[in-house]
Design a protein around this ligand. Structure first.
Ligand code: ZN
Ligand code: ZN
Length: 342
């Protein structure tokens, strides 16, 4: 098969299209012919060498949709030709965490696809059946590929972790990014008042179209006064912080009593300062969110089919143009997820 191999950590020159042996499905695995693979900002950081688990030479990518093209021994619940999406992480399906529905946290696993194990920048991938979910009719491969990571991270973080309630004020940092724009939609669907924070004034229509009620353009990420003004001085109920430490001070000042702060990402990997008294007196919650469960991916595919949520696909490119997709994301000129088609 053809695969876009990441030869080592570095710039775009590290990508090379190569012919490599087709994977063959082992017992309990299905071979998936990849029809779409979303390009995540994680992929850019992986290419640059920020995640030491990323195997080189190797195949990155964890936003994979395609059709079943082969069955390993013992696989009876899938048929050749079925359309499936691969959840972001491999998991075992039988450990304590998997059985409780926390399969996103399974440690008995090969990890994130495209890290230590092969990923989606290729024509085929072989995965355990726990890691694939059927795509309903009416949802395209491109739409499905975006569901587990971009929509899934937003949904798990806001619904399962942040426990957003109707009428609450939810502030989202990094709102125009891949997870951010889907978080705007999810928060809206959950009945929240959505306050979207962006550093660039040019993307306000995009935010409005996806369901933002209020938009704060703040290149310096000093949005707290505006967030408090919008909420009549009460502060927000939930901060969905995709940016991390760079937005921490303003996020903390934006939070009201009994508010929840959900850490989703941390772009500069720096630690944050917190005075315990601040958390105690306002009875605040500080939470972290990691990925999405298999069951949530099933729910989300149905919500996309019903039109309650929309996968924001910004464009499709051939797998051979992976460099162009990375360049476009690095310069922040793309809006919505770019999807590679092998
Ligand atoms: Zn991703
Ligand atoms: Zn497990």
């Amino acid at each position: 098969m053809k695969a876009m191999i990441l030869k080592g950590y570095g710039g775009l020159e590290q990508f090379e299209m190569q012919d490599v042996p087709d994977p063959s499905p082992k017992e309990g695995e299905v071979l998936v012919r990849i029809r779409a693979n979303g390009v995540c900002f994680h992929d850019i950081l992986a290419r640059q060498g920020h995640f030491p688990r990323t195997k080189t030479p190797g195949i990155i990518g964890h936003e994979i949709a395609g059709e079943v093209a082969g069955l390993g021994r013992g696989v009876t619940d899938f048929k050749i030709g079925e359309r499936v999406v691969v959840v972001m992480k491999d998991h075992c399906g039988h450990c304590r965490l998997c059985l409780k529905g926390h399969d996103n946290l399974c440690q008995n696993t090969g990890g994130l696809f495209g890290e230590e194990i092969p990923g989606g920048y290729a024509e085929y991938i072989s995965v355990r059946t726990h890691a694939v979910v059927r795509i309903p009719d009416g949802v395209s491969f491109e739409q499905a590929a975006v569901v587990p990571c971009a929509l899934g991270t937003a949904y798990h973080g806001l619904h399962a972790v942040g426990r957003v309630q109707p009428g609450e004020a939810v502030l989202i940092t990094g709102a125009t990014g891949g997870v951010g724009i889907h978080a705007v939609q999810v928060a809206r669907m959950l009945g929240a008042r959505v306050i979207a924070v962006t550093t660039s004034a040019g993307k306000t229509d995009f935010l409005r179209d996806n369901g933002a009620d209020d938009i704060i353009v703040s290149p310096e990420l000093d949005f707290a006064d505006e967030a408090r003004r919008i909420t009549g001085g009460h502060g927000v109920d939930v901060v969905f912080n995709i940016v991390g430490q760079l937005a921490w001070n303003a996020a903390l000042k934006s939070m009201g009593f009994a508010a929840r702060h959900v850490f989703v990402g941390n772009l500069n990997a720096a630690p944050v300062n917190l005075r315990p008294a601040h958390a105690i007196l306002k009875e605040m919650f500080f939470l972290g969110t990691e990925g999405v469960s298999r069951g949530e991916v099933e729910t989300l595919l149905e919500l996309v089919r019903l039109g309650r949520l929309r996968s924001v696909v910004g464009g499709t490119l051939h797998l051979a143009d992976a460099c162009r997709a990375h360049a476009s994301m690095e310069s922040r000129s793309s809006v919505g997820r770019l999807v590679l088609i092998p």
